[in-house]
Design a protein around this ligand. Structure first.
Ligand SMILES: NC(=O)c1ccc[n+]([C@@H]2O[C@H](COP(=O)([O-])OP(=O)(O)OC[C@H]3O[C@@H](n4cnc5c(N)ncnc54)[C@H](O)[C@@H]3O)[C@@H](O)[C@H]2O)c1
Length: 275
């Protein structure tokens, strides 16, 4: 008789792996930290505010570290790499999540300045510095030791707006003027993240470093009801995402469960880009 088949329960396990999450204090960043820690990883909580990074790290299960890092500043990124390697001796996973996400629910950037004709050059430059240059700098700094070890997974967080143009009509209330336009810098930067992912996957394929994108759709976060309704109506699953909806995809891309996947874009958008 043939022997019993044993399922591989360790496929999604991250025990002993060190996972760095940038922009870890944000709406989705903290969910990525929870997901990775839950799968057994030792998580590095990296963001601009060191005290809040340490506070979140102290609440995660297992060994975790809070680290101050401005992804757009090479010096800051290099210092963070030194700290992480000094503490753990290795990096296995990098989640490039930090971004300027000029959202509808943030009133300071709404209104006329968000209109393309008036969109400020300063916002354009800041978005590209964080969303694109930040991904480049962190991939270079944390990915190089991964390539030297011959092993690692980099996950770049893109957006549906890096794949398809924003439908600006969902930001228009039923009565009254359009109060917000999704920015040109955001869409441009996320398209660049998808292209950079393919570049680096091709470059580091023979070094054992896998590089993939996760493309999330819009997350429910206290937006006005008219917007939530319009967003849901444009989505086959009929709703916006909850912040927890991306946990499975993060663990999949970070772990050996995706071992034959590189240069890919995993789209988790409730079907937004499917029709
Ligand atoms: N929330 C959504 O609906 C949504 C949808 C699609 C894609 N995304 C993407 O998911 C990722 C996370 O989005 P979010 O909604 O959690 O955003 P968020 O604004 O809640 O969090 C972003 C985090 O990045 C940090 N950050 C900003 N500039 C930084 C810098 N220079 N260095 C280091 N950290 C910096 C901020 O402090 C913040 O904690 C982003 O890449 C975003 O583009 C979000």
């Amino acid at each position: 008789m043939e022997s019993k088949i044993t399922p591989d329960k360790r496929l999604f396990a991250l025990d002993g792996r060190v996972a760095v999450v940038t922009g870890a204090l944000g709406l989705l960043g903290r969910q990525h930290c929870v997901a990775l820690a839950g799968a057994g990883a030792q998580v590095v909580v990296a963001d601009l505010d060191p005290e809040r990074c340490q506070a979140l790290a102290s609440r995660l299960p297992g060994r975790a570290l809070g680290v101050e890092m401005d992804v757009s500043d090479r010096q800051s990124v290099m210092e963070a790499v030194d700290t992480v390697l000094g503490e753990f001796g290795q990096v296995d996973v990098l989640i490039n999540n930090a971004a300027v996400n000029d959202r509808f629910e943030a009133p300071d950037i709404a209104g006329e300045p968000s209109r393309f004709e008036h969109y400020p050059l300063s916002m354009w430059k800041l978005s590209l510095a964080v969303n694109v240059t930040g991904v480049f700098l962190c991939s270079q700094a944390f990915g190089t030791p991964m390539a030297s070890r011959g092993k690692g997974s980099i996950v770049n967080i893109a957006s549906t707006y890096g794949m398809v143009g924003p439908d600006q009509s969902i930001y228009r209330p039923p009565a009254g003027d359009q109060c917000y336009f999704k920015s040109p810098a955001y869409a441009t930067s996320k398209g660049a993240v998808i292209a950079f992912t393919r570049y680096l996957a091709a470059y580091w394929g023979d070094s054992g470093v896998r590089v993939n994108c996760l493309t999330p759709g819009g997350v429910r976060n206290g937006q006005e009801p008219f917007f939530v309704e319009k967003y849901a109506a444009r989505t086959p699953l009929g709703r916006m995402a909850s912040p927890e909806d991306y946990r499975g995809a993060i663990i999949f891309l970070a772990s050996d469960a995706s071992s034959y996947m590189t240069g890919a874009n995993l789209v988790v958008d409730g079907g937004w880009t499917a029709w």
